[in-house]
Design a protein around this ligand. Structure first.
Ligand SMILES: O=C1O[C@H](COP(=O)(O)O)[C@@H](O)[C@H](O)[C@H]1O
Length: 256
């Protein structure tokens, strides 16, 4: 992680979702202007779903060439395909089904009814191989223009939970067992993989997130608060509503 973290605070969760959606569209447009394609790593969670719905509803969504957008996931709840709790299912309903993506560029993490059955380690290895196959040259991973992260009440990001083995894992993708938030079995990109993205945006809304956000921004360790250990190569944004920013030192905040 090599960038300064910038914090931007919006009045409430609804405005936050609209603003992040606008930023996301600009980021995709800029990436496509620069090299013809764009890649985004999606997150799960409530605020992310609101962002995706706002992207789908924006007139500016029509300016993106969705057939040249690669979609990856930062983590997945290891459940059958189509399960309403899967991050993939939620993203499809909120955004992916509403825009003309190329199905070959949509890369969901495996489900329990996939080729590896209910073996999360094999499923994680399969996703790592899919990432490696999309990499250029000798790189182990494809380029990620934008990687989105929700932030849990405990400071988790993707499915990297405090004090759990994934915090230390140096593989590209890993299986998670015994997650404190249901479901207990998950697949996640590891922190070193997250930190290869050009831009990482951590998005949080509501008072339940205030303590974790305050600790992450205030210098907590990445083992205790995984959100403190991630960031983009060129840009790291904390995109918050006022309630989630309530325990952030005022000097660190840019109000919008
Ligand atoms: O379980 C998960 O939770 C986090 C945060 O979700 P939220 O509803 O509290 O915003 C999410 O970022 C992660 O992708 C997901 O698997």
């Amino acid at each position: 992680m090599s960038t300064e973290h910038q914090l931007i605070v919006h009045a409430d969760a609804a405005l936050l979702a609209e603003a992040v959606a606008a930023r996301m569209l600009v980021r995709l447009l800029d990436a496509q202007s620069a090299r013809g394609t764009a890649s985004v790593v999606l997150t799960g969670g409530r605020v992310a779903a609101a962002v995706y719905r706002a992207v789908a509803a924006s007139p500016a969504a029509g300016a993106v060439d969705w057939s040249k957008v690669d979609i990856w996931w930062g983590d997945e709840r290891f459940l059958p395909s189509g399960d309403p709790e899967r991050n993939e299912t939620q993203a499809r309903a909120a955004l992916l089904d509403a825009v003309p993506l190329d199905p070959a560029r949509i890369h969901p993490m495996p489900a329990t009814d996939g080729p590896d059955g209910d073996d999360p380690e094999a499923a994680a290895a399969r996703y790592a191989a899919e990432l490696a196959a999309a990499a250029h040259g000798s790189a182990a991973l494809p380029p990620f223009d934008l990687l989105l992260l929700g932030v849990g009440e405990d400071g988790h990001v993707a499915s990297v939970f405090p004090e759990q083995p994934a915090v230390h894992d140096t593989r590209t993708v890993t299986a998670v067992r015994g997650a404190p938030k249901p479901p207990p079995v998950r697949i996640t990109l590891t922190p070193p993989t997250i930190n290869t993205a050009e831009e990482v945006w951590l998005i949080a809304a509501g008072p339940d997130k205030a303590a974790a956000v305050g600790m992450a921004v205030g210098g907590a360790g990445a083992v205790q608060i995984p959100a403190a250990g991630v960031g983009g190569l060129h840009r790291t944004l904390w995109l918050l509503d006022r309630a989630a920013a309530a325990e952030v030192p005022a000097t660190a905040v840019t109000l919008r």
